[in-house]
Design a protein around this ligand. Structure first.
Ligand code: SF4
Length: 415
């Protein structure tokens, strides 16, 4: 069995290295000053790998400036370009940063062309010593994946394996793979299936583990922790991102706690007492609930123990006591104040138990990433919002000031 350690600039990701904590900036990449300042803050907070969105070719030049100024300040953390919908941007970014993340679900709409362009990207990455992340998301598998494999966890793993095998055929080893979902059961099943398939293939590539669109606050932390800790406890996962709809600095101690709990080479972070309590409970009971070894939890001796039990049960999809929220963490594509809006949506919809509500930062990726949401609030830009019912945009160009009320009305009409 071959186990791969991927070289990403100064960082090694794989079984021979400590689990690496990473995050993604939520600034506009074109705003070089803001992005550089945030990169410095997350690096100082402990991020060992930092990702930035690269939505347009013009952002590649901004990326180059951020990269060189970050290095001039003495920071060695590799930077990662997050690229969707454009093999050309991925090629350009491969010459600038240490790693490029592409999503097979939206790399190119035509399957044959996607393979061809990916082969060219691997050659470009080899030339520059750049690593690749093959990052599939359950919500954005793309038509040629769902038509061939379906959209189950097993299908996600099969789709990822096609791209992994292309890397193997090209003798390209600096590869990290992720299969994220906002549904914790889907997420752990997908990673377990991929790990099994890689083992059967005789070659295990490093895995980036995370729950996508986990939301914020205790719910976002608990949802991330139950699923990530389940995988890490099984030896699955070499780098961790906890996606929260909060400033990226807030993600670092949560990810560091999870990494340090399952890898003695990672230093444990200092946490406030409440955060430590909910993360400990998530690690202690998450896997047992997800794998149905136990059917309930209770915390009679601690303040708000019932609330913690409800959060854990919902994160593990065992009992639903409130709406299920999907919210992206925001990035350089985000077109409004996502954190504040998400809190307003949660406050206005807390009574709608059992439905899934998504709050997404942009109209480019948001609708595709909402997966199985019943309703979606998606930023269009210029203060406007599109509201979705399932996958259908039912109300477009709604002024942001009215959008939360219109969302509530839409849900009530359909109850
Ligand atoms: S959905 Fe959110 S995180 Fe994803 S690209 Fe759009 S704004 Fe960024």
């Amino acid at each position: 069995m071959e186990t791969i350690n991927a070289r990403v600039g100064s960082l090694m990701i794989g079984p021979d290295a400590p689990i690496a904590v990473q995050t993604m900036l939520n600034t506009r990449t074109s705003d070089v000053e803001a992005s550089l300042a945030q990169a410095v803050r997350v690096a100082d907070a402990g991020a060992r790998l930092i990702r930035l969105t690269v939505p347009a070719m013009s952002d590649v030049e901004a990326l180059r400036q951020i990269h060189s100024r970050f290095r001039a300040l003495g920071y060695t953390q590799p930077l990662v370009a997050d690229v969707h919908f454009s093999p050309d941007i991925a090629m350009a970014a491969a010459a600038v940063v240490e790693k490029v993340r592409i999503n097979p679900g939206n790399f190119h709409p035509d399957h044959a062309k996607a393979r061809e362009r990916f082969a060219a990207l691997l050659e470009e990455c080899k030339r520059h010593g750049t690593a690749i992340r093959i990052g599939l998301n359950h919500g954005s598998l793309g038509r040629y994946i769902t038509e061939r494999f379906g959209n189950t966890p097993e299908a996600m793993a099969l789709a990822a394996m096609e791209w992994v095998k292309m890397c193997m055929d090209a003798s390209f080893r600096d590869v990290v793979v992720s299969l994220k979902a906002s549904n914790t059961v889907v997420m752990i099943q997908a990673y377990r299936a991929l790990y099994r398939m890689m083992k059967e293939e005789g070659c295990i590539f490093p895995l980036h583990v995370g729950v996508t669109e986990a939301g914020n606050g205790d719910s976002g932390r608990i949802k991330s922790a139950v699923a990530i800790s389940t995988l890490l406890s099984e030896g699955i996962g070499n780098t961790v991102r906890v996606s929260l709809t909060e400033p990226p600095e807030a993600e670092i101690p949560v990810a560091a706690y999870l990494a340090s709990r399952y890898d003695s080479r990672v230093e444990a972070p200092q946490l406030p007492e409440h955060e430590r309590l909910i993360l400990e409970a998530s690690c202690d009971y998450g896997k047992k609930l997800l794998d149905r070894e136990i059917d309930d939890v209770s915390f009679p001796g601690i303040p708000d123990g019932d609330k913690l039990a409800d959060e854990l049960m919902q994160a593990c999809r065992r009992r639903f006591t409130k709406p299920e929220y999907i919210a992206c963490p925001g990035c350089g594509r985000t077109l409004y104040n996502l954190e504040e809006t998400f809190d307003r949506v949660k406050a206005a919809t807390s009574g709608f138990k059992g439905i899934v509500i998504a709050v997404m930062g942009c109209i480019v990726n948001g609708p595709g990433e909402m997966a199985d949401a019943d309703y979606g609030y998606v930023g269009e830009g210029r203060g406007l919002v599109t509201l979705y019912k399932g996958k259908e945009p039912v109300l477009r160009h709604i002024p942001q000031e009215e959008a939360v009320d219109r969302l509530v009305a839409l849900i009530k009409e359909n109850l």
